[in-house]
Write a protein that binds this ligand. Structure first.
Ligand SMILES: NC(=O)c1ccc[n+]([C@@H]2O[C@H](COP(=O)([O-])OP(=O)(O)OC[C@H]3O[C@@H](n4cnc5c(N)ncnc54)[C@H](OP(=O)(O)O)[C@@H]3O)[C@@H](O)[C@H]2O)c1
Length: 344
C-alpha cells in the first residue's frame, strides 16, 4: 500500500444542512481478517442520506457517522484469509453507511465484481438502485410477460431501473412522475401519470380497469392503501419506502411500522393478493451467507443487463468528496434525473 496516501471521509455530525457536513482526513485503514480495503472510485448520494441528515432513516446509527450507502472501487489491500487475487479488481459493495470515504473497509464476502468495460460511476448508479429494483421485481412481485404494473416515482433512482427491467421482461408499465419527466417515460414505453394532478388511483383505474398485477410504492403514508386497492386478483403490493414522511416530526420508525402492520393484516385476508414491505437488508443479520449469495447473484444480473444495454446507468453529476454539500443539494433539488456520484 502507498503509505503517503491519506484517508478522506465525510462526517455527518448531527441533523445538519449539507454545508455542515465535515470533510476530515486521517490514516488509510488496514483490513482485518476476511476484509479488504476498497479505494473508492464512486459512491452515491441516495435517498437514505436525505433521511439520515434529518434523523429520519429508520435504523441509522447515532451521530456522528460517515454516510454512504454504496460504493464502487478497486481493492487496494486484502486482510488475512482473503485471496490476493481480489487485489486490483473493481468491485461494488453495499454499505448502508461508511461509503463516503476515499478508502473503505468491507468484508471481502460483501464485494461483488464489476465486469470489465463497466465504468465506476455507471456501476455505482446500479448498486442500491439496481439491487432493489431487481429483487422487488423478480423476487417479490415475480412478474411475468404480459402483466401490467404500477411504478410510483418511475423516473427516480430505483423507479427508472425498475421500469427498464420490467419492460425487458415484457411487462407493461404505468408510472407516476412529475409532468416534466413524462416524455422521457414515454420513450421508455411507460404510460405516465401525473401524481401531482390529484387522484392517482382514479387515473390508474382509467388505464387498468381490472387492476394491476403489481404496485411498487416508495411513497408510503395513507397512499399505500390506494396502492393495495389497485391490485388485480393475484396481484402483489411491494411497499419499500415512506418518502412522503421525509419532513415529518416524531418517530422515524412509526411510518414503517404502520406499513408493516397493514401488510400483515392484508396478508391474512382471503383475497388472493399479497403485500410485502421490502427491505434490501432483510435477512442480513439472520442468514448472512444467503443474503450475500442473493445480493451477488442479483447485482451480477443487473450489471449484465447494463452491459447488454437493457438498463441505462443515469449519472446526473460527478463531484469530489470535498464538494459533498453541493452534491447533496443537487441530489435533493429534484431537478436532476439520475444518480449524483461522489468521487475520491
Ligand atoms: N426498502 C429498501 O430497501 C429501499 C432501498 C432503496 C431505496 N428505497 C427507498 O426508495 C425510495 C426512492 O429512492 P430513490 O433513490 O429512487 O429516490 P429518488 O431518485 O429521489 O426518486 C424518488 C422519486 O419519487 C418521486 N416522488 C416523490 N414524491 C412522490 C409521490 N408522492 N408520488 C409519486 N412519486 C413521488 C419523485 O418523482 P418526480 O421527480 O417525478 O417528482 C422522484 O423521482 C426512497 O424512499 C428510498 O428510501 C428503499
Amino acid at each position: 500500500m502507498n503509505t503517503t496516501e491519506e484517508l478522506t471521509e465525510v462526517v455527518l455530525p448531527g441533523k445538519v444542512e449539507p454545508e455542515d457536513l465535515q470533510v476530515r482526513h486521517g490514516a488509510v485503514p488496514t483490513p482485518g481478517p476476511g476484509q479488504v480495503v476498497v479505494r473508492m472510485e464512486a459512491t452515491g448520494v441516495s435517498f437514505a442520506e436525505q433521511q439520515m441528515r434529518r434523523g429520519r432513516y429508520y435504523d441509522q446509527p447515532p451521530f456522528p457517522f460517515v454516510p454512504g450507502y454504496d460504493l464502487v472501487g478497486t481493492v487496494q489491500a486484502a486482510g488475512e484469509g482473503v485471496g490476493t487475487d481480489l487485489v486490483g479488481t473493481r468491485v461494488a459493495a453495499l454499505t448502508k453507511t461508511g461509503g463516503w470515504a476515499s478508502h473503505v473497509v468491507v468484508d471481502a464476502a460483501d464485494t461483488v465484481p464489476v465486469p470489465e468495460g463497466v465504468g465506476a460511476a455507471e456501476a455505482e448508479a446500479m448498486v442500491v438502485n439496481g439491487a432493489t429494483a431487481w429483487q422487488m421485481l423478480h423476487r417479490k412481485a415475480r412478474v411475468r410477460a404480459g402483466q401490467t404494473v404500477l411504478v410510483l416515482g418511475a423516473n427516480g433512482g430505483v423507479g427508472s431501473v425498475l421500469v427498464e427491467l420490467a419492460r425487458v421482461a415484457g411487462v407493461k408499465v404505468i408510472g407516476t412522475a412529475s409532468v416534466r419527466h413524462h416524455d422521457a417515460l414515454r420513450e421508455r414505453g411507460v404510460t405516465p401519470v401525473d401524481y401531482r394532478a390529484g387522484d392517482v388511483a382514479a387515473q390508474v383505474r382509467a388505464l387498468a380497469p381490472g387492476g394491476v398485477d403489481a404496485v411498487f410504492d416508495h411513497v408510503g403514508g395513507r397512499g399505500v392503501v390506494d396502492s393495495w386497492r389497485l391490485l388485480a386478483p393475484g396481484g402483489t403490493l411491494v411497499s419499500y419506502g415512506t418518502a412522503s414522511t421525509l419532513n415529518d416530526e416524531g418517530s422515524k420508525q412509526w411510518p414503517v411500522l404502520k406499513i408493516i402492520a397493514r401488510v400483515w393484516v392484508w396478508n391474512t385476508l382471503p383475497n388472493g393478493r399479497r403485500a410485502y414491505f421490502y427491505n434490501l437488508w432483510a435477512g442480513k443479520a439472520l442468514a448472512k451467507d444467503r443474503f450475500r449469495a442473493r445480493l451477488r447473484a442479483d447485482l451480477t444480473e443487473v450489471f449484465a443487463a447494463l452491459q447488454r444495454g437493457d438498463v441505462t446507468a443515469r449519472v446526473a453529476a460527478q463531484l469530489p468528496l470535498a464538494r459533498v454539500a453541493e452534491a447533496v443539494r443537487l441530489a435533493e433539488s429534484g431537478t436532476v434525473a439520475g444518480k449524483v456520484v461522489l468521487t475520491a
